[in-house]
Write a new protein. Structure first.
Length: 93
């Protein structure tokens, strides 16, 4: 199992336990779109770009461009590599 897929499994479990929608985004017509969209009961839409837990993954130039573009629309976009980071983002109201 890759290190990124291990993070995905932890994210699935955490979201299921905390009543958070966890959507896998597979829009191949818009390169650079983050991997996941979380929807919380508090009305937050949190976009996550998941990287390997050993922090060896890189954010590509198109991802940087797309994330900045999304932030221009007031979207919450984060690059994460651990559940601790994800929990901090979700619990930061």
């Amino acid at each position: 199992m890759s290190l990124e897929s291990a993070l995905v499994k932890k994210l699935h479990k955490y979201c299921a336990e905390n009543d958070i929608w966890n959507l896998n985004i597979k829009d191949h017509n818009l390169n650079g779109t983050p991997d996941r969209l979380l929807l919380t009961r508090e009305g937050r839409y949190i976009w996550l770009e998941l990287k390997r837990e050993d922090r060896s993954g890189r954010v590509s130039p198109i991802q940087i461009y797309r994330h900045d573009e999304m932030r221009g629309y007031k979207a919450e976009v984060y690059v994460v590599s651990s559940m601790d980071e994800i929990k901090r983002i979700i619990n930061d109201k």
